[in-house]
Design a protein around this ligand. Structure first.
Ligand SMILES: [Zn+2]
Length: 411
């Protein structure tokens, strides 16, 4: 079993490497004619160098993480942590409560370690690579606060989810898969419904659109497609980087379109309305809801498999532990990753289709040309890859490539 786990980790790593090499080999290709106007020779050189810097960093990150996982697996690190959490909780009399505390401790310690180990690489990415190309606006203070907030949030979520899962398993092992799935789904539905009110404000300020010409133009368009303008917000993303974006989130009364303030800075009013029309397209075609429902279905599959693993105590023995709920769950998270990769391929495929549908909505509402020019400005400003390898796109891209979108919008 240990060999299977090692094989899965190595397989994951090799797939990542292969795709990255394929992508790198396409860098020498000329810029496609549709976007040659935004990639001057100098701009293209800058883009290639930015991509190379990022590739090296992710190669280093993935190699170190593989090496560390292999070392911890083979030298018994994960087993030792299991022994410690058993020792620390010896005094707890209630077996269910003890299982809960052990699982929370086990996963929280792993997530704190992961944060600490990835810190140097994140510092390098933000303050060296992003800064070198003029993208970074994060101050060391914001960076430190972000790290603390993210860690606190992940500890909170780990505690809630692990406690739920362990309590359900200990009390109702026969119906574990269904009840744990329902409980976890409730938490994730709650978080996604209140995402703009609960999660975003931890990091960013969101303000309604200011009065003025842009608001008037947006208002006219929003009215023409029956979208409520009070659901459109601007976010102060310029405090971290110059990268620009817009997104649609939530559903029902909590739906919201968020425009980055950097997007408003970089685009003309007509282009902003075109981007907005794409986001309204996501709303009109119920994309958020479809995504949430499909992730609930995938989670059900995951809990059915996890139920089997826990019932038959399949994985704990692989790293020398006798019968440990949290070790079974941890090893399951590794063994599940190839299936997860496969499912994310399907997810990305549908996400790219949704992007085309949202683009079509913009096109039907007369915003095709402005959307093309907006996408060009945003892609050039963020030095996005003009020639990604089709396999890389197939595996990793949630959006079609710029050239594909331009062709689709011009057809
Ligand atoms: Zn979109």
């Amino acid at each position: 079993m240990l060999y299977l786990i090692i094989a899965i980790l190595v397989f994951d790593f090799l797939i990542g490497r292969l795709l990255s090499i394929l992508n790198a080999r396409r860098e020498k290709l000329p810029v496609p004619e549709e976007i040659v106007d935004i990639y001057s020779e100098e701009k293209h050189r800058e883009q290639v160098s930015y991509a190379a810097d990022n590739r090296q960093l992710s190669w280093l990150t993935n190699s170190l993480s593989l090496l560390l996982m292999l070392l911890l697996l083979c030298l018994g690190g994960f087993r030792q942590l299991d022994i410690w959490v058993h020792q620390w909780t010896e005094a707890i009399n209630s077996p269910v409560f003890r299982d809960m505390v052990m699982a929370v401790l086990y996963f929280v310690i792993l997530s704190v370690l992961e944060t600490l180990l990835s810190l140097p690489l994140e510092i390098w990415s933000t303050f060296h690579i992003e800064a070198k190309y003029g993208f970074n606006k994060t101050t060391p203070r914001t960076f430190v606060l972000d790290q603390i907030k993210s860690l606190a949030l992940s500890i909170l979520l780990t505690t809630v989810l692990m406690s739920l899962i362990v309590v359900v398993y200990d009390y109702l092992p026969g119906w574990f898969w269904l009840i744990a799935w329902a409980a976890v789904s409730m938490v994730s539905l709650f978080v996604s419904y209140f995402y703009s009110q609960l999660i975003v404000p931890i990091y960013n300020k969101q303000t309604p659109l200011e009065q003025g010409q842009l608001r008037e133009q947006i208002e006219t368009f929003a009215k023409s497609v029956n979208f409520d303008i009070s659901d459109i917000y601007v976010m102060d993303s310029s405090k971290r980087s110059t990268h620009a974006n817009a997104y649609f989130t939530g559903w029902g009364r909590r739906k919201r379109i968020v425009l980055y303030d950097t997007l408003i800075e970089q685009l003309s009013n007509e282009q902003i309305v075109a981007v907005l029309s794409h986001e309204i397209g996501h709303y009109q075609r119920h994309h958020t809801l479809k995504r949430i429902l499909s992730s609930l279905a995938l989670n059900l599959l995951m809990f059915m498999l996890l139920g089997l693993v826990l019932h038959y105590n399949l994985f704990a023995g692989a790293i020398g532990c006798v019968d440990s709920l949290h070790v079974n769950m941890f090893i399951f998270s590794i063994v599940y990753s190839p299936l997860n990769m496969l499912l994310s391929l399907i997810g990305n495929y549908f996400s790219r289709r949704h992007e085309y549908e949202a683009d079509e909505f913009a096109l039907r509402n007369g915003k095709g040309k402005d959307l093309v020019s907006a996408l060009k400005v945003l892609s050039a400003n963020s030095l996005s890859n003009p020639n990604p390898h089709p396999w890389f796109v197939f595996f990793h891209y949630s959006h079609p490539t710029l050239v594909e979108r331009i062709r689709h919008l011009s057809s």
